[in-house]
Design a protein around this ligand. Sequence first.
Ligand code: FEO
Length: 168
Amino acid sequence: MKISSSMIKALNDQIAMEAFASNYYLAMGSWCEITGYEGAANFFYQHVDEERLHMMKIVHYLNGVGIPAVIPLVKAPPKTFKSLESVCKTALKNEQAITAAINKMAELAQKQKDHSTFGFIQWFINEQIEEEKIFETILQKFDLIGRDKLAINEIDKSLASMITTNAN
Ligand code: FEO
């Protein structure tokens, strides 16, 4: 199968982006854990695994077509966060950046008539719709329920209830 060098670069960049997203969620989960937001911590820890899975999908795709995936050095995420709301805002912003990168890859695949990669990317396009929706829904809760201690406790509990077992 012929995959262009620009597409290989985009796919490898995406591996790095997903690895960074996984690391970022690890920092968020860890901050939530030490801050006492148990539900949020478990919710973000689940996302660590999901992003790792996304990364692995691309690693397998490249390796599967005989192009060795480039395993990246992962940048360090922030050590601390301002509030649970700011964590969620950052998560949405990061997901939007990932969506933009995925969409760019889809455009490149279309332009290059790379049907295989275009097909492969479809899963990511659908996944990004879900991911953005999750964080938009959480952020709405701050406006609906509030930002005092009781409200944050409620939001923490609802984050726990959003943990799914179908990370695929
Ligand atoms: Fe792999 Fe959350 O995007």
